[in-house]
Ligand binder design. Structure first.
Ligand code: F6R
Length: 361
């Protein structure tokens, strides 16, 4: 049941600290700076030379997030929408690891991408929430995100668990390739251990309902971010549009000047996601949209200084490692979408035209 919540989505948003504890349980050795998966023996990924991460919708956003993490560690990794990957498949070798990111493990486009990658000779790894799903059965290996069952059509806790599981996978694959655990790994894994508590803090203190109220009736809602905050911006917009039916779009902050800025007015609030890395650049983008009259909601761990001074409203996240900050930031955006949809009386757990699991291409 919904255990006192009006909607499964709201319940599942609040289950995230617990889901993240399960995702990381027994996998993180912060002291050693290492990640252990009972699924894979040490060195299993030592000869991986590049990764293709494929998924659809929210899972594609998790794939983008992970590709950005790999890239900053010097490991060539690219995210693809699974439906497009199948149509124009980039070259693979036996040292290409194709990672299929899928909550259900049943998405037709993602399953098809895996089949094609396999027959072209790539290694395949499923990252899913469902044991013995079709995609796990098709892949050479699988990693469970262990988020627990998700009933709401809109993916929430599974995104947080996907990103966190992929971050652990990234640490592990990078260590397998380079043969060492880095000092930075230790710091990051300590932040991973604090993540369930950080997300709980967001749930306990969020002002997302007030923000949703303040900007109700706007013409459109835009979301911007750079680095890992880019997929978070896309995910914030996807959640917002799918459950509220309001027009919402996510952009890379760097993309604004190249077209989207033409849409920005005083009637289009902009949610800007800050991770603690390259924040000054995103702050410049914030000033650009404000100069066009748009109100700006900053999702940030800053409690004073320029970001907070400039923003019209702030959705606060606890200070954490920039690689992880997208997770609590996304929780704030889930809550904004939820409250915006709820005040419009939308059928939040079953949005029109959408299904939890898309098994046709
Ligand atoms: C959005 C949403 C969808 C799914 C997509 C992929 O809230 O839930 O965009 O993320 O259909 O589904 P899975 O992850 O099951 O492959």
């Amino acid at each position: 049941g919904k255990s006192g919540y009006d909607h499964y989505m709201h319940k599942e948003i609040h289950e995230q600290p617990e889901a993240l504890r399960r995702t990381t349980q027994g996998r993180v050795n912060a002291l050693a700076g290492s990640v252990d998966f009972e699924e894979f023996e040490p060195g299993r990924f030592a000869d991986v030379t590049q990764l293709h991460l494929v998924g659809m919708g929210t899972s594609y956003h998790a794939a983008m997030y992970a590709a950005s993490l790999f890239a900053t560690r010097g490991v060539p990794a690219y995210a693809f929408m699974a439906g497009e990957y199948s149509l124009s498949q980039p070259p693979v070798t036996e040292s290409t690891l194709v990672v299929a990111v899928s909550q259900s493990g049943e998405t037709a486009d993602t399953l098809d991408a895996v089949r094609r990658a396999r027959s072209a000779g790539a290694r395949t790894l499923a990252v899913t929430n469902v044991v013995a799903s079709s995609i796990t059965r098709e892949c050479d290996d699988s990693l469970l995100i262990r988020a627990g069952p998700e009933i709401g059509v809109a993916a929430t806790k599974t995104f947080s668990s996907q990103v966190t599981a992929l971050l652990l996978l990234c640490e592990r694959i990078t260590a397998d390739i380079t043969g060492t655990a880095s000092a930075e790994s230790r710091e990051l894994l300590e932040s991973v251990a604090r993540l369930p508590g950080d997300v709980q803090a967001v749930l306990d203190t969020s002002t997302a309902a007030d923000v949703a109220e303040a900007y109700a009736g706007s013409e459109a809602y835009f979301f911007i971010g750079r680095g890992v905050a880019h997929p978070v911006a896309l995910e914030g917009a996807l959640k917002f549009k799918e459950i509220s039916y309001e027009h919402a779009e996510g952009f890379a902050a760097s993309e604004l000047k190249h077209g989207p800025l033409a849409l920005v007015t005083e009637r289009t609030p902009v949610f800007a996601v800050f991770t603690g890395r390259d924040d000054e650049m995103t702050l410049n983008n914030v000033k650009e949209v404000q100069a066009r009259g748009a109100p700006v909601v900053a999702v940030t761990s800053h409690t004073d200084g320029d970001v907070v001074d400039v923003a019209d409203a702030v959705l606060a996240i606890p200070p954490t490692h920039p690689d992880l900050a997208g997770v609590p930031a996304n929780v704030q955006l889930q809550l904004v979408a939820y409250h915006a949809a709820n005040r419009l009386g939308r059928p939040i757990d079953k949005p029109r035209n959408l299904a939890k699991c898309v098994t046709v291409e």
